[in-house]
Design a protein around this ligand. Structure first.
Ligand code: URA
Length: 246
């Protein structure tokens, strides 16, 4: 019994030493930026997907409502609604435009080419996708990836506003024109909106270029990198180097 207690205390001391060393090496982020308890809320719900990944009961209820939503014509053409995924404790929420073909197929946001770039943008400021929350203005794919119609945004926006109310992030990053204009209630272009910190109901908002747009206009990556650094600064993240990852 005494031996077990001594062994236990030795383990505790060893873990404490390890944590202390890593903190001293500047890895505070790894410890203070908690990984998610779980990932992904599928809009399709466990019945359709076979998974049980409910983050909070409130988010699960909303996800189910979104999965069954018929408020606009996209419900006729979608494969499935894409609710969003990530940590329910995320400090940062990224809001994109609408699911594309791959997202519609998988029921997850940003899993295509633009999503891969988004993952790299996050990693450049020492964040893993699982630590943030990612969703879209529109929960359903517009056919042929056309731009969202105003009436689709009006119909879908309450879902996002409810999602944000439940998640209570410290910071929102809007990706591209549609997300930025919708959340900030403005017609200003993304080129004019980015570079400043805005406000959504008391939450700071950083607009930046949509990753899909960056794939077409890589010259804008330097500005997106500035925006990511602004996010890192506001979240007090330690980032290993100030170099643009490209
Ligand atoms: N583009 C978006 O805006 N959202 C996605 O989920 C994928 C691509």
């Amino acid at each position: 019994m005494l031996n077990e207690k001594a062994e236990f205390l030795r383990s505790v001391r060893s873990v404490r030493r390890h944590v202390q060393e890593r903190l001293e090496q500047g890895e505070a982020t790894a410890f203070f930026y908690q990984p998610p308890l779980r990932t992904g809320v599928s809009a399709a719900g466990p019945e359709q997907t076979g998974e049980h990944q409910t983050q909070t009961p409130e988010l699960a209820t909303l996800a189910k409502r979104v999965a069954n939503c018929r408020k606009c014509g996209l419900s006729q053409t979608r494969g499935q609604a894409v609710f969003g995924e990530g940590s329910a404790q995320a400090r940062l929420i990224l809001v994109g435009e609408a699911p594309g073909a791959e997202e519609d197929r998988q029921g997850r946001p940003f899993v295509g080419a633009a999503g891969k770039l988004l993952t790299r943008m996050l990693e450049a400021i020492s964040l893993q996708r699982e630590q943030v929350y990612i969703c879209n203005i529109l929960k359903c794919r517009p056919p042929g990836n056309r731009n969202p119609l105003p009436e689709e945004i009006v119909a879908c926006e309450p879902h996002l506003r409810e999602q944000l109310k439940l998640l209570k992030p410290d910071l929102i990053c809007t990706l591209g024109t549609f997300a930025s204009q919708t959340l900030l209630n403005t017609h200003e272009t993304i080129g004019r909106l980015r570079g400043r910190t805005h406000d959504y109901q008391g939450i700071p908002v950083i607009p930046t270029f949509h990753p899909a747009a960056l794939l077409y206009h890589p010259g804008n990556k330097q500005y997106a990198w500035e925006d990511m650094q602004r996010i890192a600064g506001l979240l007090k993240l330690k980032i290993p180097s100030k170099k643009n990852p490209g």
